[in-house]
Design a protein around this ligand. Structure first.
Ligand SMILES: C[S@@+](CC[C@H](N)C(=O)[O-])C[C@H]1O[C@@H](n2cnc3c(N)ncnc32)[C@H](O)[C@@H]1O
Ligand SMILES: [Mg+2]
Length: 259
């Protein structure tokens, strides 16, 4: 048993911790606990709940309105780990500047980032997006088609990035990629960057963006990008999707070619 005197001595320390990390606690509640509870209560997975909301509130064929409807859901109902509007603007701006012919997204989730990038593509450009979770992929497929993008513009590949990347050339006819958006599990960023290099898939001066390099963070990936000599690297500071109080950022790598 902890004596009341010891408990009292720890109280100020505990209160300081709670105050300092309150935004992370709110995130834990909104992103994990609330979703888990709603999953149990409704028997419907959260991505499906979000899609039902989008289906009933968004204008079909209007990508911006579909993104805005996802944002409404995420701000006011349940947290989704889409790239979100703030970091989305960074992705959109860089994509418009580079005008890539081929884009690869790792981690489709509900298709938010896919729709955001597909809407900014030049005519004739193509986007490949990779998602291993069949339930997420099924929601994303519906969202992408609801936004009005056909299979010529957006190809959704169901599989793990580590299996899909080595097959991109032979099975999907992708010779090289001009623009990559990494937004899957952070521990896979470095492995998949090296896989793209080894398979000769990065075009000269290709842009590689990596989300969440500040929170939750991808230190090994950043360390490699900054020190291997193959990339110019900078981090665009922003905040975590749908949580303005938690700092986050997107890394932008410019590939200088194989050495
Ligand atoms: C943060 S979400 C992606 C958000 C999406 N890019 C957006 O902006 O809407 C991460 C997704 O990566 C997927 N994922 C996990 N491991 C993966 C892998 N090895 N390859 C591709 N996707 C993966 C997860 O299933 C999840 O749907
Ligand atoms: Mg992300």
């Amino acid at each position: 048993m902890v004596s009341p005197a010891i408990a009292l001595a720890f109280l100020p320390f505990l209160i300081t911790l709670l105050i300092r990390y309150r935004h992370y606690l709110v995130l834990l509640y909104r992103a994990v606990l609330l979703g888990w509870l709603q999953d149990r209560l409704t028997g419907v997975p959260r991505e499906q709940r979000a899609f039902q909301y989008v289906l009933t509130h968004a204008i079909p064929g209007d990508p911006q309105h579909i993104l805005h409807t996802f944002d409404q859901w995420s701000y006011h109902c349940e947290h989704l780990s889409c790239v979100g509007p703030l970091k989305g603007k960074i992705v959109e701006k860089l994509l418009c500047e580079r005008a890539p012919r081929t884009v690869l997204e790792l981690g489709t989730y509900c298709g938010y980032g896919t729709v955001l990038m597909a809407a900014a593509l030049q005519p004739g450009a193509r986007l490949y997006t990779v998602e291993p979770n069949p339930q997420h992929a099924s929601v994303a497929e519906k969202v992408i088609r609801l936004a009005g993008f056909d299979e010529q513009t957006v190809e959704l590949i169901v599989g793990h990035s580590e299996e899909v990347i080595p097959q991109l050339r032979e099975q999907h006819g992708l010779q090289s990629v001009d623009f990559v958006f990494m937004d899957h599990w952070k521990r896979c960023y470095l492995r998949d960057l090296k896989l793209l290099e080894e398979n000769g898939l990065l075009a000269d001066r290709a842009t590689v963006l990596a989300d969440n390099v500040v929170f939750p963070g991808a230190p090994h990936f950043l360390q490699y990008a900054k020190t291997c000599g193959k990339y110019r690297c900078r981090v665009h500071r922003a905040s975590l999707e749908y949580c303005r109080a938690i700092p986050d950022g997107i890394a932008e790598l410019c590939y200088a070619g194989a050495r």
